[in-house]
Design a protein around this ligand. Sequence first.
Ligand code: NAD
Ligand code: UD1
Length: 316
Amino acid sequence: MKRTLVTGGAGFIGSHLVEALVAQGRDVLVFDNFSTGKRENLPDSNRVQVVEGDISDKSHVERLFRKFNFDTVFHLAAVASVAKSVENPEETHRTNFDGTLYLLQESVKHSVVRFIFASSAAVYGDLPELPKKETDPVKPLTPYAVDKFASERYVVNAFELYGLKTTALRFFNVFGPRQDPSSPYSGVISIFVDRVIKSLKGEDAGITIFGDGKQTRDFIFVKDVVKALLLVERSHDAVGGVFNVGTGKATSLLDLLDYLAKIAGRLPPVHFAPPRRGDIKHSVADISALRGLGFSPSFTVEEGLRVLFEWERENG
Ligand code: NAD
Ligand code: UD1
């Protein structure tokens, strides 16, 4: 029996992908070490099997591929925090680079049909050209970005060198339900929404902005990222390629606060702190290549924020 492997499937983006795969009637294997992922993120379905393990444990990855037969590998497991990678480059490297290499090697060896890798907009760094095109020069500024770029090259080259049908997707800033707000390294929208809801409940919560709040990101709702992952899997034209996954729209942190004030009625106190080391000022995607495969985002940032806000109020 063929299964679809989702590494990092218990995480934020991975769990939404698993849900969509199950809805397509597919059998999914989640390989995750639960460092940030959670079992309760996963749908309760007999189509989902979970193996707890670390992608940087080479012999465990080898055993996994010997035991199961995979059609597609969606490789999403990573230390996803840029700031965490700056504090702990060695641990990040083992997961974000070594782990990718082991998965690629096993996918070649066991003739996996499709291999799709979650890269990142972080590879572009702070070069001034905007919006970012896949053909632009890159300037990875952090251990996270260096490992994503190196992995991406291995992923893409595996098609040329070994015929493994690979695609690397450069996700911009993804947000939505189940993004964990509990660490200072969590995605900014998850933190802001969490603090707004806490303050509505009367809890003592404030928002911190690192820098002046004018920095921009291309925030994409998680359901649109899943749409891109599934589209790319089916697309012959995506094989051997690198694609941006965003909306093409830039939103500043101050814009986010305006939207949230509109949605929630009021905001908690906002503090300003110095910018983070290695932080990028502006980031927005040119998504014409992905559009060329038939993609268009279904959610604006404001629409996604409304969905997230309601979800957090009910489940958070
Ligand atoms: P997440 O932290 O929620 O998910 C990562 C998952 O990988 C977690 O379930 C975690 O437990 C697992 N994991 C981490 N190290 C592992 C290891 N060594 N072995 C096995 N499992 C491991 O983060 P996310 O936001 O869902 O990110 C998913 C992917 O998308 C990551 O590769 C991330 O770099 C990439 N990405 C995310 C964003 C974003 O804005 N969230 C943007 C660009 C790229
Ligand atoms: C995010 C992703 C990273 C991805 C990259 C792609 C997370 C945790 N990180 O990194 O995986 O590869 O997008 O573009 O999802 N900020 C505040 N206050 C806070 C938290 C953050 O002001 O409480 C600021 C940060 O300094 C930064 C901006 O918000 O300027 C965005 O930060 P963050 O959500 O951590 O995302 P990136 O660093 O862009």
